[in-house]
Design a protein around this ligand. Structure first.
Ligand SMILES: [Zn+2]
Length: 289
C-alpha cells in the first residue's frame, strides 16, 4: 500500500513570474493527511486560501488559474505537476502575489528545491482516483489562425501514463510524440526538466499584450523561423512539456490511475477532462459543472 506524503519542512522560492514579470515569493509547507494541495494569498487581507481542485479553476487561457471571490493565483500547473510527479499529497502553497514564479520554466527547479528538505511519509493510505471507463473531451486549437481538432481521453489503467502527440508543420519542431509511464524517478529524468516553449512570433505578440514579460532564454525554449534559439534539454522537449502541463492540470483530481492519450490538447481541455473524471467519481459534488 502507498501512503500519503507531505514536505518535510517549508521551502521558500523567490523569482520572477512568467507572464507579469513581477518578483514573487512562495512558501511550500507541510500539511496533515487528507488536506490535498491548498493555495493561499499571503498579500491579501485575511490571507484567503483555496484547495486546488476542479471547482477552483477560473481561467485556462495560456495557463491554469484558480481563485475565488475576485482573487486569483495563476500559472499553477508546473508546481502542480511537481507535486503529482513526486507524489506529494498534502501541502500549503503561500504566495505574495497573483502569479507563481516561473522557476526555470519547467518543474525541475521546484522539484530540486523541495527535495533538498525531502518528503515525509504520513499515516493515511494514498487515495487514488481510478478511472472506471473511458472518458474523453474534444476541442479546437488555433495555430496561426488555422483550426485543428484537439482530443484528450483517459482509459482505465493500473498506473498513471500519458501518450501525447504534438502536431505541427513548423519545420523546426515537426510533429513530436512521447509516452510517459509515471514514477517519481521517471518524472525527474524524463518530464520535470522539459521547459515551456514559445514560438518567436507568438512571444513578440504576447509581449505587446503585456504577457510573457518574465520569460527569457533561460526558462523558455524559443522556436525561431529557422531553428531553436537556445540549447534544448531533449530533442522532443515540446511534447515532454505538454505532458508536464497535463500532469499538473489533472492533479486537480488528486493522485490518478489511468492512461491519458492526448492529441494537441492544452489547459482548457485538460480542465474539461479533469471535471469529467471528478464527475465520474462524485457526481453530486461536482454537479454544478
Ligand atoms: Zn507549461
Amino acid at each position: 500500500m502507498e501512503y500519503q506524503q507531505t514536505v518535510a519542512a517549508t521551502t521558500i522560492i523567490s523569482g520572477q513570474a512568467l507572464h507579469s514579470g513581477k518578483m514573487v515569493t512562495m512558501q511550500i509547507s507541510p500539511q496533515p493527511e487528507n488536506t490535498g494541495v491548498v493555495f493561499q494569498r499571503l498579500d491579501l487581507p485575511g490571507r484567503p486560501s483555496i484547495k486546488a481542485d476542479v471547482r477552483a479553476v477560473v481561467n485556462t487561457e495560456r495557463n491554469t488559474t484558480i481563485g475565488k471571490d475576485g482573487w486569483k493565483i495563476s500559472t499553477i500547473e508546473h508546481l502542480m505537476a511537481t507535486f503529482h510527479g513526486l507524489g506529494i499529497d498534502n501541502v500549503l502553497v503561500g504566495i505574495d502575489g497573483e502569479e507563481l514564479p516561473v522557476g526555470d520554466g519547467s518543474a525541475r527547479f521546484f522539484a530540486e528545491e523541495i527535495l533538498k528538505t525531502g518528503l515525509i511519509t504520513q499515516n493515511a493510505p494514498r487515495q487514488y482516483t481510478v478511472v472506471k471507463e473511458p472518458l474523453w473531451v474534444e476541442g479546437v486549437v488555433y495555430k496561426q489562425d488555422i483550426p485543428a481538432k484537439a482530443t484528450l481521453l483517459i482509459l482505465p489503467s493500473d498506473r498513471f501514463e500519458v501518450s501525447f502527440t504534438f502536431t505541427s508543420d513548423h519545420k523546426v519542431t515537426g510533429t513530436q510524440y512521447y509516452h510517459f509511464e509515471a514514477s517519481p524517478d521517471n518524472f525527474m529524468k524524463e518530464i520535470a526538466p522539459a521547459r515551456t516553449v514559445g514560438f518567436l512570433q507568438e512571444i513578440e505578440y504576447l509581449r505587446s499584450q503585456g504577457l510573457a514579460l518574465g520569460g527569457d532564454l533561460d526558462c523558455v525554449v524559443v522556436v525561431g523561423d529557422d531553428g531553436y534559439q537556445n540549447e534544448l534539454r531533449f530533442p522532443e522537449e515540446i511534447v515532454r512539456h505538454k505532458i508536464l502541463d497535463i500532469m499538473g492540470d489533472l492533479y486537480l483530481v488528486g493522485p490518478l490511475r489511468g492512461h491519458v492519450i492526448a492529441i494537441r490538447s492544452g489547459h482548457k481541455l485538460d480542465w474539461e477532462l479533469a471535471k469529467k473524471i471528478a464527475m465520474q467519481q462524485a457526481p453530486k459534488d461536482i454537479s454544478r459543472f
